[in-house]
Design a protein around this ligand. Structure first.
Ligand code: P6P
Length: 332
């Protein structure tokens, strides 16, 4: 398997994209070192502040966001950044005839797990920057692009190992950070999600709030081999999307964070631009599927930077079963 630098140079085509991804990965290496220090580095705990989602910010959320901004701002061709932790975009260069890239990230997803030493991660998505005849400031509207436009997507999971999972549109590869020499070692290429699975991930405490298709799906899983599915299922819920999705990339499964009636006007909890879209690109590139209750997540209409979406993704056969249950419910 080829090393990360060689892979980027070979597959990224545009050296500016190579440099940007290398900057993201360097930043994640730095974040990994901080996460590993934990309380020993006096960087755990919450701040007084809240992010644009109205969520209490952990110290490490903000530190990780700063690291990504600083490391990536120098990357040639980077026009602007957007983050879960920032209300507005972070312009870096002007939009012009040379195009370039837009970087979006959730700097530390699963941050509720930081203080209890459970795996967390960084998720990132790279979109093409628009071209303009004359230079103009980057705008939020430049980010309003379909997930199908992503030129790269990836995550780094900070768990027992620190592992980068990355796609540039030609399959999915993994690289694991060797703490002995700080090298990203290629550990998997052409990752493929098993088509079938007996493992689902959902926060079951929300059962009474789910729409009928999701509730029917989970109840059928719970009924096991005596039920309509004719097989027994296993359940996992780490409450850290990166960790749950990484398990699915490695051994299959389906991850659900669907719409629920707790906040009926909210499409879901997870954010489209820097959580669902990058994860959906990785899952589809690995042969899986990603569904938002109406259609493929990557086809979802993008209306705002921090918009939320219902997420059901993973092993293709299981997601297609969920699609059929939703189609039945709407009489499609
Ligand atoms: P709940 C973490 O806060 C996160 O955004 C995802 O990483 C995770 O899958 C989900 O929320 C967990 O949500 O409601 O189970 O705590």
């Amino acid at each position: 398997m080829i090393k990360l630098d060689d892979f980027l140079a070979h597959d990224a085509v545009d050296p500016r994209l190579t440099a940007l991804i290398a900057s993201v990965v360097e930043a994640c290496g730095q974040i990994s070192a901080l996460v590993r220090r934990g309380a020993a580095g006096e960087i755990l705990g919450a701040l007084e502040s809240q992010n644009v989602q109205g969520e209490v910010q952990k110290k490490l959320d903000v530190i990780s966001n700063e690291i990504l901004l600083q490391r990536c701002a120098e990357a040639p061709g980077l026009v602007a950044m957007a983050s879960e932790e920032m209300d507005d975009i972070y312009p870096v260069r002007e939009v012009g005839p040379e195009g370039g890239y837009l970087l979006l990230f959730d700097p530390l997803d699963g941050s509720s797990n930081i203080d209890v030493n459970v795996s967390i991660g960084t998720i990132f998505s790279i979109l093409p920057a628009p071209r303009a005849d004359g230079p103009r400031p980057a705008a939020t509207a430049d980010f309003m692009q379909s997930g199908r436009n992503q030129v790269a997507a990836g995550y780094v999971v900070y768990g027992p190992q620190t592992t980068l999972v990355l796609s540039l549109g030609n399959g999915v590869r993994a690289f694991t950070l060797d703490p002995l020499n700080d090298e990203w070692v290629p550990t998997a290429h052409a990752i493929t999600i098993p088509h079938e699975t007996k493992e689902y991930a959902i926060n079951a405490s929300n059962l009474r709030h789910w729409a009928t298709p999701v509730r029917s799906y989970v109840e059928a899983c719970l009924a096991g081999e005596e039920g309509p599915r004719g097989k027994n299922f296993n359940m996992r819920w780490i409450a850290s999307m990166v960790a749950d999705v990484h398990r699915i990339m490695v051994r299959g499964g389906v991850f659900l964070y669907p719409w629920d009636a707790r906040e009926p006007d909210r499409a879901g909890k997870l954010r489209l631009m820097y959580e669902a879209n990058p994860m959906s690109m990785l899952v589809e590139q690995a042969g899986g599927a990603a569904f938002d209750g109406q259609g493929h997540i990557l086809d979802a209409e993008v209306t705002s930077l921090h918009q939320r979406i219902s997420v059901m993704l993973g092993s293709r056969a299981e997601v297609e079963h969920l699609m059929a249950l939703h189609a039945e419910a709407t009489g499609v």
